[in-house]
Design a protein around this ligand. Sequence first.
Ligand SMILES: Cc1cc2nc3c(=O)[nH]c(=O)nc-3n(C[C@H](O)[C@H](O)[C@H](O)COP(=O)(O)OP(=O)(O)OC[C@H]3O[C@@H](n4cnc5c(N)ncnc54)[C@H](O)[C@@H]3O)c2cc1C
Length: 442
Amino acid sequence: MRSTETALTSDVRGAVLRRGDDRLPDELAGFQTAHPHRPDVVVGARDADDVVAAVRHAAAHDLPVAVQATGHGHTTGLERGVVVTTGRMRGVSVDPVSRTARVGAGARSADLVGAAAGHGLAPVSGSFPGVGVVGYTLGGGLGLLGREHGWASDHLRAAEVVTADGILRRVGPGDELFAALRGGRPEVGIVTAVEVGLVPLGEVVGGGLFVEAEDAGRLVPVVRRLGDEAPESLGISLGVVPVPDLDVVPAPIRGRTVLHVRLVAPDAAVARAAEDAVREAAPVLLGGLRELPWTESGSIVGEPEVPHAYEGTNVLVTTLSDEALGSVVAAARSASVGCVVDVRRLGGALARPADGPDAVSFRDAGWIVRVLSSTEGESTAAVRAAHAAVLAPVADAGLGRMAAFVYGGSPVSAAELHSPAVRELLARVRAEHDPRGVFGPC
Ligand SMILES: Cc1cc2nc3c(=O)[nH]c(=O)nc-3n(C[C@H](O)[C@H](O)[C@H](O)COP(=O)(O)OP(=O)(O)OC[C@H]3O[C@@H](n4cnc5c(N)ncnc54)[C@H](O)[C@@H]3O)c2cc1C
C-alpha cells in the first residue's frame, strides 16, 4: 500500500514541499512578510486536480488548510496542516464576445488587465497590479472605477471551488455558495478559477497630485466636495503619505509627509475639471494627470512594490465632513508611527444592489477611511494605538470595516466585517460546505 506521503506526492503534478524543505521560503514568499505560514506541507498546485488532492489529503488526516496566492491579504499563518499555493495557476482567457474572462486562481490583476486590454476591455480592477484577482474579487473588490461599475464581485459570473470534502464544484447564480463568494470571502474552500465580466474601456485620464501637508486646510474641503458632487465616473481618493528619505524619491516630496490626491475617469473633461479644482486649492509639488491605458492604472496610486510586514485597518462611513476628514489627516501627520492613510470615495454603483444575492456588506457606505503602517521596527501596540488615533474622528460613525483592507493581525470582529444577513449566509454556507472547519472560522 502507498504511504499517504507518497500518495500526495504522486497525485500532485505541481510541487509538494514538506517542513524543512529549503525551497519553502521561496514557495511561501508573499507581499506580506509578517505571520508566515509554517505548515507541515505546502502543495504548489498546478491545476484543480492538485487542489483536490491537497484538500482530500488534509480531510483524510484532519489537518487545517489555507490558501495563498500573492500574500497581499495574508493575515495569520498556519502552524500545521496544509497550505495550497496557487501561483502556478495564472492562466487567463478572454472571450471578447461575451465580455468575460476565465481567470486562474493565481492570476494577478496585471495578468487579467493585460489580457483584456487587447480587446478594448477591462476588469473592475483595483489600485495595485500585483494583487490576486481571486482574493480581490472574493473580498468584494473595490476598483478605481468602482463608482461607475460597482464592486468587482458584482461582475463575478461563476466560480470553480474545491470545498472541504475535496469535491470540485462549479457554482453560479442560484447557489448560496456563489452568493457567499461574491464579497463574503467565505473561506470554505479553494477557488480554482473564476469567470468575471469585463467592461469596455479604452484610455482614461488619471494620476496623482502631491500637495504639502500644510495645505490640508485648503485641500480637504475640495477633495470632500469633489467626492460628493463629481459624476460617478470620477474615481477619487486622498492619501496621506510619509515619503521615505531616499535618493530615488523626487526631491520635492523626499523625506516628508505629503498629501496625494488620486483622480481617474474615462471622460477626460471630468478628470481635468477635478484636477483644476485641486490645483486651484493648493500648489502641486509633483505629479499631474495624463492619458493612460488601463494597463498603466497602477501608476495612479503608485503603491510601493517591495514586500514588507504591515498592519492595516479601516472604517466605512456613510458621510464624511470636512472637519472629520481634516482631523484624520491631522492625526496621521502627528502619529508616533508612520501611517499611510487612504480615504476613498465610494457611492455610485457601489451603493446599488448586485443583480442577485451577494455578500458585500455596508453598500450604503459613502467613504472608506484606511490606515496602514509598516510594522518593521515598530511595536504592534504602538501601531494599533496610532491606527486607533487616526480613525478616531470617524470611528463613532463607522458602519463596519472592509475585510479586504484589514491587514496583518489587526484586530477585528465578524460583526464589524459583515452585516447580520451576510453573517447568516456565511454560517449556512460553512455548515453545508465546511462543517468541520477545515478552512478555519469565517
Ligand atoms: C498594496 C495593496 C493594494 C490593494 N489594493 C486594493 C484595491 O484597490 N481594492 C481592493 O478591493 N483591495 C485591495 N487590496 C486588498 C486585496 O484585495 C486583498 O488583500 C486580497 O485578499 C488580496 O488577495 P491575494 O490573493 O492577492 O492575497 P493572498 O494573501 O494570497 O490571499 C488573501 C486571502 O484571499 C483569499 N483567497 C486567495 N486566493 C483564494 C482562492 N484561490 N480560494 C479561496 N480564497 C482565496 C483567502 O482568504 C486568502 O487568505 C490591496 C492590497 C494591497 C496589499
